[in-house]
Design a protein around this ligand. Structure first.
Ligand code: CP
Ligand code: NVA
Length: 307
């Protein structure tokens, strides 16, 4: 049966480990000049209803480097914008391509595509989740910290799609995660309840950023207003006071703290200029690793699970 990647709750712990191992291996091989043409003759469709730099280019280059072919379709340029039903588009695309990556507002749209497709569907970001991002971010943590066990990871910011995927990952693989969001911008209670049912002991929720970053090994942040929320930015700048990741906040973390951001970043809002430009942080490695992780994801969904 075909598999989709719509949320990290679709994966078991072994799937995470297999993807980390394979992405790191593919990265090493690529850097040694070895071209693994594993997906020759295969096509990946990309339907993007929101803007993207990294995810789109990482998926397209991943597919090309594996010998396959990406086809980018902005939602406006397809019959979707003229109200062709999702279930019809999904059935038609299943006759042409081998996998579909989608970036949408409403998460239910990727679910509808997945239900009506005979090909794997990948969530390339929805309002609810950003699973591929967190897979490549944990890969980056493994590279820089030697693993993810016994590390304190602190989220400081909005209760958004990116932290939802962090919470999903923490509940499946047992990360030690502290999530700090301002009052009224916290994580949706359904996400919290699902995580706590799976794994109670390792995920903590707070509204105190200073407490969250205390002795943290990794501090992660993201924009205060995600795509679709931009008109709330001025209100959010007030509500998020004290949540900027800057040198003062980081003085409470471990001395070798690693700061992460999925990018794009808004300097002077969720992160200060000096932290973003600090060479000890890993933002650009995170961006690069999306390409290697996307290769591992595409291989496992199109050719079958990695053994
Ligand atoms: N991090 C991320 O998903 O970036 P893009 O929006 O540029 O794809
Ligand atoms: N939370 C951000 C992530 C962008 C990669 C957004 O959804 O806009």
């Amino acid at each position: 049966m075909k598999k989709d990647l719509l949320s990290l709750l679709d994966l078991e712990k072994e799937d995470f480990v297999a993807l980390f191992t394979r992405a790191l291996q593919l990265k090493k091989r690529y850097n040694r000049g070895i071209l693994d043409k594993l997906l020759a003759g295969k096509s990946l469709g990309l339907i993007f209803d929101k803007k993207s730099t990294r995810t789109r280019v990482a998926f397209e280059t991943a597919m090309i480097q594996l010998g396959g072919h990406p086809i980018y379709m902005s939602a406006q340029d397809t019959q979707i914008s003229r109200n062709e039903p999702a279930k019809d588009t999904a059935r038609v695309l299943s006759r042409y391509i081998d996998c579909l990556a989608m970036r949408t507002f409403d998460h239910s749209l990727v679910e509808e595509f997945a239900q009506n497709s005979t090909i794997p569907v990948i969530n390339a970001l929805t309002d609810s989740f950003h699973p591929c991002q967190i897979l490549s971010d944990i890969m980056t943590i493994i590279e820089h910290k030697g693993g993810y066990k016994n590390l304190k990871i602190a989220w400081v910011g909005d209760g958004n799609n990116v932290v939802n995927s962090w919470i999903n990952a923490a509940s499946v693989i047992g990360l030690d995660l502290v999530v700090a969001c301002p009052d009224n911008y916290g994580v949706n209670h359904h996400i919290i309840e699902a995580a706590l049912v799976k794994n109670k002991n390792n995920i903590v929720f707070t509204n105190d950023p200073k407490e969250a970053v205390k002795n943290a090994d990794v501090v992660y942040t993201d924009v205060w207003a995600s795509m679709g929320d931009e008109n709330e930015l001025s209100k959010r700048i007030i509500a998020f006071k004290g949540f900027q990741v800057n040198k003062d906040l980081l003085s409470r973390a471990k001395q070798d703290v690693m700061v992460m951001h999925c990018l794009p970043a808004h300097r002077g809002e969720e992160i200060s200029e000096d932290v973003l430009e600090d060479e000890n942080n890993v933002f650009w490695d995170q961006a690069e690793n999306k390409r290697h992780m996307h290769k591992a994801i595409l291989e496992s969904l199109i050719l079958g699970p990695i053994k």
